[in-house]
Ligand binder design. Structure first.
Ligand code: HEC
Length: 436
């Protein structure tokens, strides 16, 4: 008897119950998977989760859910907004599903959901100029539409946080906001003229803008929303630099299909502004292959051959390029460059992407690793600790991987659908935050 009870006490808990699964769902899944959430599939109640257990196991094992996939297992930096599951968390979900998704006594759901954050009602509110009705399509389709908004910024200031309020949440899949200098001369036309030309192209509000914002050149991305919390906030004491007189361009990714019944969308934004921040951030987009190709500069090998499971593009950029851009925006010289975040960008053939930071001494460190690129789920990743760059000769090296096996002719760089990009939005600042 004594031996038997000792065995019982020592036996590991081989069966994972819903009690072990609930905290994982709560911290990584229900932000999107709750009633009224971004996904119609609720993972709040035990009964719902049980019904989906095999699909959950498959999705977390393949790391397609949660859907925003920067590797954050400790091998490459740490990210403030990482959604990376640990191996133990995956084990818990998969083990539970394989055990037949057993309940736990007294645990009926994932627990009280945290209240949805909102910005105060005195925050600046801006909206699309008018309602836009995406055309119904035969198959579920993605449509990218851009809208110019005049936010009426009268003095230099910073954007601290953005709340995205979709007009029709059933069709707004994700959105991004850019700052645009209307007078910037692009050669053939200014940014303001580019907007007028694109808007005149068809009678509906805004303009079509797959993969970017169309023919204009934004100064900086200000924020991006990919579902989950409606509020996209920067760390305390930091903000995106804003200039008076600039326009904002809101890019919305709509998902529409034959079943879609919509009266149209007029998305609103609520924006928290401040006069200044200890850490002013500017986003600088770099994609040397696309830039060269669109400027008509011939570059050797700037094509991906068709029929390859792993075709790659790679480029290197001296930190000086970002440094100069930041100094121009700050109107002052900058001693050290703080890389506070990165937003990778490829189109639909993209599979993986890597950023490395190569110092002049020859040291190389990881800046970002994406193993499982998903065009539908693009986000910017903000570092827990910024990467401090002391030398203008430090090089940023980006390698993009693509699967061209379905293509029968080479793929060229460019913004248009059917072409590919290998771009990174670099979020840079002259300053660290005070607590660092
Ligand atoms: C940022 C929002 C978001 C988060 C976080 C998220 N999901 Fe999802 N999930 C979605 C959306 C939206 C869909 C619908 C399909 C799509 O658009 O990709 C989906 C689809 C699914 C599906 C349906 C089958 C599939 O794989 O497409 C499963 C299962 C799933 N998610 C499980 C999870 C689990 C488990 C977690 C947490 C570990 C999670 N999701 C976290 C948004 C999210």
């Amino acid at each position: 008897m004594v031996i038997a009870s000792a065995c019982e006490a020592d036996a590991p808990a081989t069966t994972v119950g819903f009690a072990e699964v609930a905290p994982v769902l709560r911290s990584h899944c229900v932000g999107c998977h709750q009633p009224g959430g971004l996904s119609p599939l609720s993972l709040v109640e035990y009964e719902d989760v049980r019904a989906w257990a095999p699909a959950i196991a498959a999705a977390v094992r393949a790391r397609t859910m949660p859907p925003i996939p920067a590797v954050a297992d400790g091998s490459c930096r740490g990210f403030r907004n990482a959604q990376w599951l640990s191996e133990e968390e995956i084990e818990t979900l998969v083990g539970w599903a394989e055990a037949g998704a057993p309940p736990s006594a007294g645990v009926h759901d994932v627990g009280a959901l945290p209240p949805t954050p909102h910005l105060p009602s005195d925050a600046l509110t801006v909206a699309m100029p008018s309602r836009y009705v995406p055309a119904p399509t035969q198959d579920p389709a993605d449509e990218y539409r851009c809208f110019a908004i005049d936010p009426g910024i009268a003095a230099p200031s910073v954007l601290r946080a953005t709340e995205y309020i979709p007009g029709d949440p059933s069709i707004v899949h994700h959105a991004a906001l850019y700052a645009v200098d209307p007078s910037l001369d692009l050669g053939p036309f200014t940014n303001a003229e580019a907007i007028a030309i694109m808007e005149a192209d068809d009678p509906a509000p805004g303009w079509s803008c797959f993969g970017g914002v169309g023919a204009l050149r934004p100064r900086s991305q200000l924020s991006g929303w990919v579902g989950g919390s409606p509020v996209v906030a920067l760390p305390a004491d930091s903000g995106m630099t804003l200039f008076p007189g600039e326009l904002w361009v809101l890019q919305i990714h709509y998902r529409v299909g034959p079943e879609t019944a919509t009266a149209g969308d007029r998305t609103q934004l609520r924006v928290a502004l401040a006069d200044d921040a200890a850490q002013r951030i500017t986003a600088v987009f770099q994609d040397p292959l696309t830039f060269a190709s669109e400027a008509g500069v011939p570059i050797a090998d700037a094509k991906l051959d068709a029929g390859l499971a792993d075709a790659t593009w790679s480029w290197e950029l001296p930190a000086e390029v970002l440094w100069a851009e930041l100094e121009a925006q700050e109107g002052a010289s900058v001693d050290r460059l703080h890389l506070v975040g990165v937003g990778p960008h490829m189109h639909t053939l993209g599979t993986a992407l890597e950023l490395r930071v190569l110092s002049p001494s020859g040291a190389s460190s990881c800046g970002l690793e994406i193993e499982n690129w998903d065009y539908d789920w693009q986000d910017a990743y903000f570092y827990e600790e910024p990467i401090v760059i002391d030398s203008r000769d430090t090089r940023l090296q980006v390698t993009c991987h693509y699967d061209t096996s379905e293509r029968t002719s080479p793929v060229f760089p460019g913004h248009d659908a059917g072409r590919e990009m290998c771009g990174v939005m670099f979020y840079v600042s002259a300053n660290d935050r005070p607590e660092h």
